[in-house]
Design a protein around this ligand. Structure first.
Ligand code: GUN
Length: 193
């Protein structure tokens, strides 16, 4: 059994047991909580939508052998990621001049620098994927059926599509336009848009 598969359940069993559905970012998810308590949107200054937000929401998020990555997106709210099992590589791009690119592996091997918890601030572009080595390492059908990672994400103030944005090709170009090597960055990140 690979170190990066779930011993207890296959992905299909997890999807069924946790009622996960496809996420438009890639992967599978289910909203597990949306607090009834509402707060005024703190982003009203950014965009005066005058809306209320749940004080916090949470989801399960699953990447699998067949659905091994998400695409770049951002949220105005902070997102707390908590790992349940497997490994996942996050690429984070904090806008700025220059933009700050960070790669983080979430995994159980904390001694090797893997992280069980990842906090992504509002406005940071984010994408996640199962590390290539883990996909290649899943050889048998049994290992492929179990390869993946399960995460809980907590968003506060709670998730709302109005606060969410997918990265576009022109958005990506804009992020890196001031920099030498913009073409390399485009090639690297375009598959995840
Ligand atoms: N609905 C669609 N995507 C999401 C998400 O990422 N979080 C929550 N809470 N709801 C969603």
């Amino acid at each position: 059994m690979s170190r990066y598969t779930c011993n207890l359940s296959t992905n299909a069993e997890l999807i069924a047991a946790l009622s996960l559905t496809r996420h438009s970012e890639g992967g599978y998810f289910a909203e597990t909580d949306r607090q009834d308590e509402l707060v005024p949107s703190p982003y009203a200054v950014v965009r005066p939508d005058g809306q209320l937000r749940s004080v916090a929401t949470s989801i399960f998020y699953l990447l699998t052998y067949d659905e091994p990555n998400g695409v770049f997106h951002t949220n105005r709210s902070v997102t707390y990621h908590i790992l349940h099992h497997g490994r996942v590589e996050y690429t984070l791009i904090a806008p700025g001049n220059p933009p700050r690119i960070e790669r983080v592996i979430m995994g159980a091997n904390v001694a090797a620098g893997e992280r069980r918890q990842l906090i992504v601030g509002g406005g940071v572009w984010k994408m996640s994927k199962i590390p290539k080595a883990d996909l290649v390492g899943a050889k048998s059908e049994e290992e492929k059926a179990r390869a993946g990672c399960l995460i809980t994400e907590v968003v506060t103030p709670g998730f709302q599509w109005e606060d969410h944005q997918f990265l576009t090709k022109s958005g990506l170009q804009e992020l890196f336009q001031e920099l030498p090597g913009v073409e390399t960055k485009m090639l690297e990140f375009l598959p995840y848009i």
